[in-house]
Structures are given as C-alpha cells and as structure tokens.
Design a binder for this molecule. Structure first.
Ligand SMILES: [Zn+2]
Length: 446
C-alpha cells in the first residue's frame, strides 16, 4: 500500500525512531549503521497495519451473548443490560481482550465509538498506552435513553446526562489526547438518533471544533434511523447531521447502510467518512450499504469490525473478505469492488477517516512505522502469484506473525509482548460470567 499501489518483491523496510526511513528493494535499502533489530521476512508479506474504523472495546467481554436477534432487541434485551452492569474492571478486561485480538490479527489503529463512563475511561486509556496500540477513543455523549422512536428503552446503568458527558469529554481530552507519543486521541462518541437532542448534537459539533478533534456516530444503521429523522426533523439522517454541523473531516458515520445519493454528495463535498461493517450488518440483518456506489460518489469508506456480539470477532482480514464478497453478490457484479479497493478501505482510507492519512495507512517514507508481517508460506496462501488477492481472499488473521506499532515490536513470532495473553483470557472469562450473573440474563452457556 503506497500511492502507486506497488507490490515490491524482495523488498525491505527501514525504520528509525519509529518512522519509516526507506522502502524498496532489499538490495537498495541500507541502514547507515548496523540495525538494532533485523526481522527476516523471507516468504512473508510486509504491509501497513490495519485501521479498524468502528470498534466497541467493551463488547469483547460479551461475545456470543446476543446472537440471532434484531438490532433493537439486541440492544434492549442483551447488550445494554450486560454493559449496564459493567464496572471499571470489566471495561479494562474487555478492552485488553479486544486489543489482544486486534494485535494478533494485524490491527494497529482503531476508532472506539462509544465509551460509557462506567467502563472506566482512565483504566482503558492506560491499557491502550501500555499495550502499544494506536487508539482513537470516543467518549459517549447522550441525553436521551432511547433508540430512534423507541424512547426510554435503555438500561438504567447505561444512561448518562448530556452536560456531564460534554464535561467528561473535555477532561478526558485534557488528560489523554496526544499521550503515549500521540498514539491516543480523544473524540466525541455521539449516540445515534433518538439518543441526543438536536441541541446536544450542535454542542458536540462546537466542542469538536474548539478542541480540533473528531466525532463518530452510528448513522443510518437500520431503517428506523431514516424513519426517525424524517418524522422528527423532516430530513434524511446525513442532511440532519449537516444542519447540526456534524458533516466534515474527522466525522465518521458507523454503518451508513441506508444513506442515500443526496447524502453521499453532502459527505463527499464536506469530507465525512463511513465505517463499513459488513459482518455486523449481515448478522443483525441491518441491510447492505451501497459501498461501491459511495466510493464512486467520492465518499471515503473505511472498514470496521464493530463488536463481540455483532460480528463476533475483531479480525480485519476476515472483514475484508466479507466486504468484497457481499458487494459482489448484492450488485450481481464480480467487478464491483476488487481486492485492492478493499485493502485500501482497511488501510489508507481508514487512516483518512481518522484524519491520520499523513501519518499511517501505507508504507511510505516519513510515515509512522505501523506495520505487520504475514507468513505467506502456508497451503492456503500458495501459490504466491498475487499477494493482494491472497491477503484479501485467502488469508486469516492468524497469519499475522509480527505487529509493529510506532516503531515498537508489539508482537513477534505470534507472541504479544505488551499483554500477558494467558491472564487476559482468564480474567475476561471470569468477569464475563460474573457480568451475565449480575445482569440476570438467560444467556445460554455450555
Ligand atoms: Zn457499533
């Protein structure tokens, strides 16, 4: 992934002080002095780490707890009661489980969209700092306990007050934005339509401008979003967002399944992005986003894994294949979105969505060294005619062997150095069962 979309055989990358200094043929890439660390990538692919533009860190702990239901029931009967029973220890355990999975499958940067206060924001930010990932953390902002026209359905444990949310974003921003060598960013995580008043959306927009930060929101995920926007505001969802000042760079709409052509044009002109989450949309039967059409209209579209109960995994390689296949069958046109387009969505377009395209998302001199090494010497990745095809259509997250973020080797030979894998898994399991018990849900366990 570079501006010319080159695949360099017998290539090499030189990293110095966390920055890519040289990329090219191995015979041409030469350190000035002996390198501190040399990674032999023979038979392997070196590429930029994935940028997941829609993640719920706190949902890793409730993976498999809400299958086979529609979105509103999924939220009301399962996800909200479970997350409404979280404490800060659960939030941290879930975030570490999620980040462990992301590091192991090659994701180096993520946008978390809705961190409620009860998950313990400082604990989660500390975990991001310690585990070495690049994390954009959206603090929830809400004032209404509903979804669309379904008012007052939110679990009491999840309800927050608008003014407090706005104050918390500011204090969280002051404490954490730019920390960990600028790996941590703090954004506004606005709740979807029916969760905020129009005045609150305007305040979010003003706050984001004042802090020069971003905003993410679930938008047009299900048809209810469109019905609600038309009924309450007489507009389509993105038209309403335009009215409250929430269309522009560093604005990411999660899902965008039901966005329409006039809305794409507003977004393309003003610079808002979509986080396309195909697995989640398929599993919750939300619909199929018009991704090839939006790309053609000039909308920036990244990819997102969403969460533990909606996907149910955080593996961007799997997500790439799902995205490619979904749009081929939806349009009945195998040419509609090729492997390279999907790889762009998972890397450079994701970086653009987060306003980080000048820093990450490709292997270019001067960019931060966020890169991964995939072992291509496996039966399912042989023969090696076309690396891009193999990575998008045949690879698996577990083919990632080494993950480097900000020039630091976070995982080497499949061993994560910044998190104790065994204890993360054990803690997550123990806490998950306790949360289910506290919530009193009839979740099937075996
Ligand atoms: Zn989501």
């Amino acid at each position: 992934m570079d501006p010319l979309r080159r695949v360099i055989n017998d290539g090499a990358v030189l990293v110095e002080d966390g920055v890519i200094k040289q990329v090219g043929k191995a015979s041409e890439v030469k350190p000035h002095s002996r390198a501190e660390l040399e990674i032999d990538a023979k038979g392997k692919a070196v590429m930029p780490g994935f940028v997941d533009t829609h993640v719920h860190l706190a949902q890793a702990l409730i993976r498999g707890c809400a299958d086979d239901v529609s979105l509103i029931d999924w939220l009301r009967k399962f996800v909200w009661p479970l997350q409404g029973n979280f404490d800060a220890g659960d939030g941290k355990a879930s975030a570490e489980l999620c980040m462990l999975e992301m590091i192991k499958s090659g994701t180096t940067t993520f946008l978390e969209s809705l961190l409620h206060s009860r998950y313990g924001l400082d604990g989660i930010a500390e975990s991001v700092e310690r585990c070495g990932m690049r994390g954009v953390l959206g603090k929830t902002v809400m004032s209404l306990p509903g979804y669309g026209s379904e008012g007052s359905i939110m679990h009491p444990g999840m309800i927050e007050d608008g003014e407090t949310c706005l104050r918390e974003v500011e204090s969280y921003f002051k404490r954490w934005n730019g920390k960990a060598n600028d790996r941590i960013r703090i954004w506004y995580g606005a709740r979807s339509l029916g969760g905020c008043t129009p005045q609150l959306y305007t305040q979010i927009s003003e706050g984001a401008k004042r802090l020069s930060t971003g905003v993410t929101i679930h938008l047009s995920e299900v048809q209810e979003d469109v019905r609600y926007a038309k009924k309450e505001y007489g507009k389509m969802p993105a038209e309403f967002m335009d009215q409250v000042g929430l269309v522009g760079p560093k604005v990411v709409y999660a899902h965008g399944v039901w966005l329409t052509e006039p809305e794409w044009h507003i977004m393309a002109t003003k610079g808002a992005s979509v986080a396309h989450c195909p697995s989640s949309n398929l599993k919750l039967s939300s619909g199929t986003a018009s991704v090839p059409e939006m790309l053609k209209a000039g909308v920036n579209v990244g990819l997102g894994c969403d969460g533990g109960p909606s996907n149910n995994c955080y593996d961007m390689i799997r997500e790439m294949k799902t995205a490619a296949l979904l749009h081929k069958v939806r349009t009945m046109d195998p040419l509609t979105m090729n492997a390279e387009t999907v790889l762009e969505m998972a890397t450079i377009k994701g970086a653009r969505a987060l306003g980080l395209e000048d820093q990450i998302g490709s292997l270019e001199v001067g960019k931060k060294a966020d890169l991964i090494v995939l072992n291509m010497q496996k039966p399912h990745l042989t023969p090696t005619f076309n690396a891009v095809s193999n990575i998008v259509y045949a690879a698996e997250g577990s083919d990632v062997e080494t993950t480097i973020i900000d020039g630091k080797v976070i995982m080497e030979n499949m061993v994560v150095k910044t998190l104790d894998e065994k204890s993360v898994l054990q803690t997550a399991n123990e806490r998950a069962f306790k949360v289910i018990k506290r919530a009193g849900l009839p979740v099937k366990a075996n």
